[in-house]
Design a protein around this ligand. Structure first.
Ligand code: EPU
Length: 342
């Protein structure tokens, strides 16, 4: 474990917002959490968990602990003819792990290529892209409850994974820190190429007689993401800024009267649909809109970006304007997707 005081967190969040942490602790081993739990001021000091910092909006300095999960390691713990079960430390970089798994001959994570962040953060919001989500390969995770210092294995069912959601977002009386994640990966590839842009590419490849591999799907996903999503190194951002709202079929029918070409995806056996919030924002004129140091990306209006020197207050002010506008025009309350630290 490494402990530092009065640290600017700007290099540790992809939105590049500056905010000072009174104490930043690098957790190199799950046992570090048990040691911290024994500190006399532990129960009275506020704390939050920092992973890759790619889904985070910092709005002010933090007087307590920030715990940066930095443990490393990946091992194949079991395999049969069909599957390999991999246990991966929470501090591992997500995209590097995806590339490692593909190179080792295991598939299932290819559609989740190039998502920023760490392995430990993946179950928190059940990361998802191009028709696949973490839940599809997730077996269980090991986590420590900061309130009690106890470590437990949380099964898939216990984690209550949903669209951009999990127990780690829902339960507030416990404070779980994920330290390891176990995945079940395929040894015989089962490609998922149904999602819009991926399907167009796959159909074209198959038409010319080209057979597809998980590595090719991964490369294509990377190409799509590079084209549409700003690189945080060049234009700081936290990925999608709002969740895609889930509404009922009846609500959709009402919206279609005003917006006949509205983009949506059916879910839950036809009872609900997920709207493309990016499409709504574009229609309402927010694509490429800039307000001082913040704005919505030119290619993807769901992504708010920092043009330089933004503060958390700039981010929240613009977010509130958009939320009010969407509520007024469409009757939908957009939910902010990244975690807000306030
Ligand atoms: N669209 C527009 N205008 C825009 C943005 C999108 O018309 O400015 C349309 C697109 O043309 C498309 C639809 O809306 O028909 C959906 O857009 P896209 O495929 O870009 O995906 P998204 O719904 O905006 C979600 C995830 C992304 C993930 C992509 C691909 C959420 C909140 N976001 O975005 O995840 O990469 O699907 O699967 O669910 C993230 O969470 O940070 C993230 C980037």
């Amino acid at each position: 474990m490494r402990i530092r005081h009065d640290v600017d967190l700007q290099p540790y969040n992809t939105f590049a917002l500056s905010a000072y942490a009174a104490t930043l602790v690098d957790i190199h081993h799950p046992a570090d959490l048990t040691i911290l739990h024994q500190q006399s001021n532990w129960s009275t000091t506020p704390r939050w968990i920092l992973s890759g910092g790619s889904n985070l909006i910092l709005t002010q300095d933090w007087s307590g602990y920030v715990l940066k999960i930095a443990n490393l390691g990946k091992k194949l713990i079991y395999e049969d003819d069909q599957f390999g079960y991999w246990q991966v430390a929470a501090g591992e970089n997500w995209h590097e792990w995806v590339q490692f798994s593909l190179a080792a001959g295991y598939s299932g994570l290819e559609n989740l290529s190039l998502i920023p962040g760490t392995v430990g953060a993946a179950p928190v919001q059940n990361i998802g892209a191009y028709g696949v989500e973490l839940a599809d390969t997730f077996v269980e995770c090991e986590a420590t409850d900061l309130a009690t210092g106890k470590t437990a294995l949380l099964t898939r069912l216990m984690c209550r994974l949903g669209y951009r959601d999990s127990i780690f977002k829902q339960v507030t009386d416990q404070q779980w820190v994920i330290t390891q994640v176990t995945f079940r990966l395929n040894k015989q590839p089962q490609l998922n190429i149904r999602y819009g842009e991926l399907k167009t590419w796959a159909d074209a490849m198959l038409q010319i007689g080209q057979s597809l591999t998980p590595l090719m799907v991964s490369e294509q996903v990377c190409a799509i993401r590079r084209k549409k999503l700003p690189d945080p190194q060049q234009l700081p951002n936290a990925g999608s800024f709002f969740k895609n709202p889930i509404i009922t079929q009846a609500q959709l029918e009402a919206l279609k009267i005003q917006w006949p070409d509205i983009i949506y995806y059916p879910i839950k056996a036809g009872k609900s649909v997920k709207l493309a919030a990016g499409w709504l924002l574009e229609r309402l004129g927010w694509k490429g809109y800039r307000q001082g140091p913040v704005g919505f990306h030119e290619q993807q209006s769901l992504v708010m970006v920092n043009y330089g020197g933004a503060r958390g207050s700039d981010v929240l002010a613009l977010a509130q304007q958009v939320q009010a506008h969407v509520l007024q025009e469409v009757g939908i309350a957009l939910e902010i997707e990244p975690k807000i630290i306030d």
